[in-house]
Ligand binder design. Structure first.
Ligand SMILES: [Mg+2]
Length: 123
């Protein structure tokens, strides 16, 4: 996948996730740039990640999609919320992801040899 394909595909998913939330009324009367809206949305993303942690910690199946692991479904919820917020804020999340993956690949502190050194990143 090229960088431009990643940008396009991720931004398509951002549009799909945000439009679904708009259609369901979650943004009715809400200005994303009003005070505390972005922090509240970020807290909701945190809550999905915390649910994923609990699902993984207890090795639970999801209650709404019982054929799937809870950690998988809650990570999906987190991504949906991230994409929704990015859409509401008019972000080019796909472009940022493509650029950040390239940047991360160039980081010396991410290379296994450097991570294995004294003071290197363990995780
Ligand atoms: Mg959830």
């Amino acid at each position: 996948m090229s960088d431009s394909e990643m940008k396009r595909d991720v931004n398509d998913l951002v549009d799909i996730c945000h439009q679904a939330q708009v259609d369901n009324g979650w943004w009715q009367g809400v200005d994303v740039f009003a005070p505390f809206v972005i922090p509240a949305k970020l807290a909701l993303i945190h809550s999905e990640v915390s649910e994923a942690l609990e699902g993984d910690r207890k090795d639970q199946m999801d209650d709404k999609l019982p054929h799937r692991k809870m950690v998988e479904v809650e990570l999906a919820d987190a991504v949906i919320r991230i994409f929704d917020l990015a859409g509401a804020m008019g972000m080019d999340l796909g472009g940022a992801m493509a650029e950040k993956l390239v940047f991360n690949d160039s980081r010396a502190d991410h290379k296994p040899a450097n991570r294995a050194k004294e003071g290197g990143k363990n995780y």
